[in-house]
Design a protein around this ligand. Structure first.
Ligand code: T46
Length: 138
């Protein structure tokens, strides 16, 4: 999505089922989030000071959740940037296609859970920032 902006991305307040035994959050594809979930992966054991991401996707929708601990996600549409600090497992950050993302400030023991709308496709990635800016201009 060449015309997408950071304003198309949003924090989603996920359903939390509170219980004295512990809380439960549920995410159903095409219901709580605007896509069907085809893939789940998670980032963990990220060393202090490391960053992840630094790319955009052409078609992929994702929901990022701090399943444990915290980290920051900076979104960039080529014109504007915004940084979200994720630190609660009942908030998900929806990232639409065509948005550059940088993840950093991972706390010790943090887990970044990612729900994705497509299977893994290396060709869907734009990993060079200048290529990304050119892509958004087209
Ligand atoms: C994203 C951020 C938040 C696979 O083989 N299958 C997969 O589903 C994924 C996600 C990755 N890989 C391989 C590709 C690379 O050889 O795992 C290696 C590391 O992937 P990458 O450098 O893309 O990892 P991150 O953490 O920079 O980015 C990942 C996702 O790729 C990306 O979509 O938005 O997490």
């Amino acid at each position: 999505m060449k015309t997408s902006s950071i304003h198309d991305c949003k924090l989603i307040d996920l359903r939390k089922i509170s219980d004295p035994r512990g809380n439960l959050t549920v995410i159903e594809g095409n219901d709580d989030i605007p896509f069907d979930i085809k893939r789940v992966y998670y980032l963990y054991d990220v060393p202090g000071g490391e960053s992840r991401g630094a790319h955009a996707h052409r078609e992929l929708y994702q929901l990022l959740i701090a399943a444990n601990g915290s980290f920051s996600v900076t979104l960039d549409d080529g014109k504007e940037k915004v940084t979200h600090n994720l630190k609660r497992p009942y908030y998900g950050l929806l990232i639409v296609p065509g948005i550059w993302r940088d993840l950093d400030d991972f706390s010790s023991g943090s887990v970044c859970l990612c729900l994705a709308s497509e299977h893994y496709e290396a060709e869907d990635y734009i990993r060079d920032y200048n290529d990304f800016i050119e892509y958004k201009k087209q």
